[in-house]
Ligand binder design. Structure first.
Ligand code: NAG
Ligand code: NAG
Ligand code: NAG
Ligand code: NAG
Ligand code: NAG
Length: 825
């Protein structure tokens, strides 16, 4: 009795407390979140919901950064821009977190402030606050948030704060133990490179292999063996939208931006002429008015349409950086093309027939893979692929990619391996082979024990080197088992690493999110996302993250104003990328040190890059010696470096010749006038800015320096409306819009007298020489300079000649001649 009474009392008191307190607002927050929506990646926005004519995507990257600016933006959002729903959601989540210790609310808040979910502004400070709470409350048991906090400590919240690498490491380790694949990849990368941990190959191998196994098991056997799924890759370096880290001509790393919208091939280019054996008349754009195929006066001729349709379909099939792929649309376009032009195949010129064959090939491939269909249709696929091969068989020596799919159908569907082998061998040595041929051959040889057909190990190695993803894994397994008695732990680790990094859709889907955020103008969020992936060891993400933190200024611009921690973080990523064989990144890291006035550090990076044959680095070394930056001034050494830079890369010819000439004049001038002291004081001004060649190189590039925001505009002319009705074309080419700003070229040029004087002399020399040439030629005099007759070989500027050669012709003779005659010191 007493007991029940007591229980009742307790019950009542519990009920009372419930009644007196409002319920946890988390449930209301949840329904609000459902109405607001987390946000959609602009890349995924359906085409139909876009503006009908042109869809322009641009992204802006502020040059300067200061934590206070971030706070101002944050404040402005909540003061003025936030919608009522957002305000309410924020209030509810905060209340739920603070009053009810609701872990889900804390988690949501942390994610909102990190990734701008529900349109919240980015805030590193608040994200950290709520991550901390969440981790404490969940006793450090959630691998997602542990990984995020690991990134925070290792990078000092991306240069927001000082870094605490040991603490970051602890978080990564715990996250990895709880099964986070991203944390495992971070650790593997750290062990491989000895970052914050002692270098340990075996641990790196263990981790990378474990990841590789996990990835392998995510694919079905059919995907693995027959059709490896296509990935819309966003694994790019952002500066590659602008011709690479060092700009056009000077960057030595291959561009990573391969999925930009297809430019229609330049029909007059030599590539196409070669492709067709050079024996076909080019008749593009010569619209034949009498053509019976003219569908309307505003239409280009039909042959054009085959090419156009193919490229539009190809873009839809592969997807570009600003829009997701659409296989259904691609298929419809291709089918339209086939319906329209199939009857005319044998009247087509070779070029059109070639593109028509590609059309059939892609259509067959789509039916083969079943992309954008409910299921693959092998018989239809085979029919298209065979026709694709047939129609060009007798006209061209081109190896059609269709052979590969045909072989796969023979091998896995008809089980006729000998026929498959025939197809494979036909395209083995052609450009269309991405390594899949060797991969399948190695499999066949192993399975049917046909060693006389080749060595599976070597074939798999070739497949790996050609970049076929499953071959990375298979080859790593082979090397690990010591096939052919060649075992090397480091090599094996690196192959596993490449495989893991190749599996972007599993290991780093954030790359796509990151680019989407950038397109939406959320550069700090994009930076955070790139940083997460950079920590995992992706070289391109390291470049992108570093690029968002610190951009090398163009022309005479002042260096970005950012806290030193952020600069150091950028240097750290550039250096990591440099260690992964991105030579340009080493130069850029050196340039940041240079701009910070840390010449010794800059020098050592330039030296490392010079050892890897970076001509820009060698040139910079010469510059450092010329001005005595971080080293004693030494003109002889400077000249040697300038000459060496020329040896590495002839495209530096003009820059080098001028520098060397300038150097000589300068040495002479110094000796003649004041000696060293005068130059060294005035050289200070130069030190504040960048080496002269970088000026030259960036001279023509745009940037609006007044707003201190770099605009990168990616414009896509949208192919909208009803495709099948409207065949009118359509500019393409994903181009960046440059807004040249001539003013800035002349801004704040700080030369010292030591430079101005030689420059004037050089200019006089040029003018003098050309004047003399013209004069002697006209009068037909036979004048010799340094024993070389100059009137016979006046430089002729031929059109279409490479610019480089042109410059060579102009710059070489005067520099050479006068150099010796007048300034032999
Ligand atoms: C929430 O957690 C704090 C300690 O972090 C504790 O003092 C407080 O009593 C908790 N509140 C509720 C409602 O559980
Ligand atoms: C971490 O916690 C959040 C929120 O409770 C949850 O949605 C997520 O699935 C958790 N992640 C892991 C890996 O447990
Ligand atoms: C910044 O550093 C301070 C002091 O080391 C630390 O208390 C704080 O949590 C750090 N904040 C971030 C966002 O890393
Ligand atoms: C010089 O640099 C350009 C641009 O990066 C490159 O295309 C060319 O191959 C280089 N030449 C040599 C000899 O390395
Ligand atoms: C495989 O294909 C070849 C060549 O087309 C043919 O001669 C052979 O009979 C086929 N074998 C089988 C088992 O179908």
């Amino acid at each position: 009795m007493l007991l029940t009474k007591g229980v009742l009392l307790i019950l009542i008191s519990v009920l009372r407390t419930f009644a007196s307190q409002e319920p946890d607002p988390w449930t209301e927050a949840q329904s609000l979140m459902a109405t607001i929506g987390k946000g959609i990646n602009p890349i995924d926005i359906p085409h139909t919901e876009r503006p009908p004519v042109a869809y322009t995507v641009s992204y802006e990257v502020p040059l300067d950064y200061h934590p206070d600016d971030e706070y101002q933006l944050f404040k402005r959002f909540w003061d003025a821009e936030a919608t009522e729903e957002q305000q309410r959601l924020s209030d509810l989540l905060i209340e739920s977190t603070d009053k009810y210790n609701n872990t889900d609310a804390a988690f949501t808040l942390a994610q909102c402030f990190l990734y701008q979910h529900y349109g919240f502004p980015h805030s590193k400070e608040l994200a950290e606050l709520y991550l901390n709470k969440f981790n404490e409350w969940t006793r450090y048991s959630n691998s997602t948030t542990l990984f995020q906090q690991g990134v925070m400590y290792s990078t000092g919240s991306v240069g927001y704060n000082t870094t605490d690498a040991p603490k970051g490491l602890l978080y990564y380790q715990r996250a990895a133990r709880l099964g986070s694949i991203r944390a495992k990849q971070v650790l593997a990368y750290k062990y491989l490179n000895g970052l914050n941990v002692p270098r340990d190959m075996n641990r790196a191998l263990l981790l990378y292999r474990e990841l590789a196994e996990q990835i392998r098991h995510k694919y079905s056997d059919e995907q693995w063996n027959v059709i490896f799924p296509y990935t819309e890759s966003f694994n790019i370096r952002l500066p590659d939208f602008d011709d690479g880290l060092l700009g056009p001509q000077l960057s030595s790393t291959k561009l990573s931006t391969i999925r930009i919208k297809s430019a229609r091939p330049d029909i007059t280019s030599s590539v196409l002429t070669k492709m067709r054996g050079g024996d076909i008349m080019l008749r593009f754009n010569n619209v034949d008015e009498s053509s019976s195929f003219a569908l309307g006066s505003d239409l280009e001729d039909n042959d054009d349409q085959i090419v156009d349709l193919f490229y539009i379909a190809w873009d839809e099939y592969k997807g570009t950086y600003t829009r997701a792929r659409d296989c259904l649309k691609a298929r419809k376009l291709l089918e339209f093309s086939v319906e329209e032009f199939d009857d005319d195949v044998y009247n087509m010129e070779s070029l059109q027939r070639y593109f028509y064959s590609k059309t059939l090939d892609l259509l067959g491939h789509i039916y083969f893979t079943g992309e954008g269909l409910s299921a693959p249709d092998l018989s239809k696929a085979e029919q298209y692929l065979k026709r694709s091969v047939d129609i060009i068989k007798d006209v061209m020596e081109i190896k059609s990619r269709a052979h590969i799919d045909l072989a796969l159908i023979e091998q896995y569907h008809h089980k006729n391996v000998s026929q498959a082998m025939l197809y494979y061998q036909r395209v083995q040595n052609s450009r269309v082979n991405t390594g899949i041929v060797e991969y399948q051959m190695a499999k066949i040889i192993t399975e049917f024990n046909q060693q006389h057909l080749g060595d599976p190990f070597l074939l798999m190695q070739t497949a790996y080197m050609k970049g076929y993803p499953p071959a990375f894994y298979e080859f790593a397994k082979m090397t690990e088992q010591g096939v052919n008695n060649k075992y090397n732990t480091e090599d094996t680790v690196n192959i596993f690493k490449s495989f893991v990094e190749n599996s972007e859709s599993i290991m780093a889907p954030e790359l796509k999110t990151a680019f989407g955020e950038l397109l939406m103008g959320h550069s700090e969020t994009a930076l955070w996302l790139y940083t997460e992936v950079a920590e995992q060891g992706f070289e391109r993400a390291q470049i992108s993250a570093a690029h968002l933190m610190y951009q090398i200024p163009y022309k005479y611009e002042a260096a970005p104003q950012t806290p030193d921690q952020r600069k150091l973080m950028a240097i750290s990523y550039y250096t990591r990328a440099f260690k992964q064989d991105n030579i340009d990144a080493g130069v850029v890291a050196g340039d940041i040190y240079y701009n910070m006035g840390k010449y010794e550090n800059a020098l050592s990076l330039y030296r490392s890059a010079a050892l890897k044959y970076s001509s820009q680095a060698v040139w910079n070394l010469g510059y450092m010696y010329e001005y005595g930056l971080g080293v004693p001034k030494d003109y002889h050494l400077a000249k040697r470096y300038y000459d060496e830079a020329l040896e590495f890369n002839k495209s530096l010819l003009v820059g080098v010749k001028l520098s060397v000439l300038k150097l000589k004049i300068k040495a002479w001038y110094e000796w003649f006038s004041h000696g060293d002291s005068f130059i060294s004081t005035s050289a200070h001004k130069i030190m504040e800015s960048m080496p002269v060649l970088l000026y030259l190189q960036r001279y023509l590039e745009d940037v609006s320096s007044s707003t201190r925001v770099i605009h990168r505009t990616v414009v896509e002319n949208e192919y909208e409306a009803d495709i099948l009705n409207n065949l009118r074309y359509l500019g393409r080419a994903e181009t960046r819009h440059h807004t040249p700003n001539p003013d800035s070229i002349f801004k704040s040029t700080t030369f010292d007298y030591g430079d101005v004087f030689p420059m004037i002399i050089i200019v006089c020399l040029f003018i003098g020489t050309f004047a003399m040439r013209a004069f002697t030629q006209r009068n037909n005099w036979n004048v010799r300079v340094n024993g070389v007759p100059i009137n016979r070989r006046a430089p002729q500027q031929q059109q279409g000649q490479e610019q480089e050669q042109e410059q060579q012709q102009q710059a070489n003779p005067p520099a050479g001649n006068f150099d010796i005659q007048m300034f032999a010191i």
